[in-house]
Design a protein around this ligand. Structure first.
Ligand SMILES: [Zn+2]
Length: 296
């Protein structure tokens, strides 16, 4: 986008050279309006569970292809855990959550991989690629707790948070953003700044790690809580994951940087408690959604 005042400078230069004045540049506001209109025409998306309307002007197929490529690259670069128990747990829990989100992400090609590494972290990428680091099992100590983490990460994908952020970035940059430069290994880090850095390091070189903002984290908590309940996992166990995280982080320096944009644990726990009656109702009704889904 042209900076303000560009048009005026051109007029002065033209006068000095005795040339006819250049035609006025398109006013910046008009440029933005045009880009906004194009994006708004391109699409609006209704987020599952919360029903929020979100901007989505991203080519879903291209985003999925890039995510799959990045995930495959990561599998080559990062050691896969040899822990059979971790692997079985992630497949077992992941497949149940994949079933209940079938209609929110019908074209997903699900794949759940446990990477070797001490970081307490997990991520999901558009298209249904989910990674878990072995360190996560320190705080996800049973299937219900693991379900809360996987459901949160998957909620970022069904809510199209990556699409929304890319669409907003395109707006900010006047539509000139190259999709390929930004789309990459999208992680939904929810835990600690340290683990985010470690994850970024593990994925290193294959793309940007961009944390989600507070609102998207809380929305993923909300959606994830309902997903895990629908999959037949006790939503009350989600709160225990945060208690384990607090215990893990006790005595450690408070994380700075991007973590400051994340809701605090008490804030997130309070939201979960508010949503608990709705989640428990879904939990009681679970087990009634036999939808076929292919999980690698
Ligand atoms: Zn998240």
């Amino acid at each position: 986008m042209l900076p303000l005042g560009c048009d005026l400078a051109n007029h002065r230069l033209s006068a000095r050279l005795a040339l006819p004045p250049m035609p006025p540049a398109l006013p910046p506001r008009l440029i933005v309006l045009s880009v906004c209109s194009a994006l708004l025409l391109a699409g609006c998306y209704q987020v599952p569970v919360t029903g929020r309307r979100a901007l989505d002007a991203v080519d879903d197929k291209a985003l999925k292809e890039q995510s799959v490529a990045k995930f495959n690259e990561m599998k080559k670069r990062t050691p896969i855990s040899r822990n059979r128990d971790y692997h079985d747990r992630v497949q077992r829990v992941g497949s149940r959550i994949a079933k209940v989100v079938f209609w929110d992400l019908p074209d997903a090609d699900w794949e759940f991989v446990v990477f070797d590494g001490p970081q307490i972290n997990a991520f999901a990428m558009p298209g249904g690629k989910v990674g878990v680091f072995a360190g996560l099992f320190r705080v996800a100590q049973n299937d219900d707790q693991l379900a809360s983490v996987l459901a949160h990460e998957i909620a970022h994908i069904t809510a199209r948070h990556t699409h929304e952020r890319l669409s907003q970035a395109m707006l900010v940059q006047g539509g000139g953003l190259a999709l390929g430069g930004l789309v990459a290994a999208q992680t939904g880090n929810i835990y600690t700044a340290g683990s985010a850095v470690q994850t970024a390091s593990a994925i290193g070189g294959i793309g940007l790690i961009l944390p989600f903002d507070r609102a998207k984290e809380k929305e993923a908590d909300h959606i994830g809580l309902i997903y895990m309940a629908r999959a037949g996992y006790n939503p009350e166990e989600a709160i225990k994951v945060f208690e384990h995280l607090e215990a893990e982080n006790a005595g450690k320096p408070q994380p700075g940087g991007w973590i400051s944009t994340h809701p605090s644990y008490p804030d997130r726990i309070l939201q979960m408690m508010d949503l608990m009656p709705k989640a428990l109702a879904a939990y009681r009704q679970s087990g009634a959604k036999p939808v076929p889904v292919l999980v690698k």
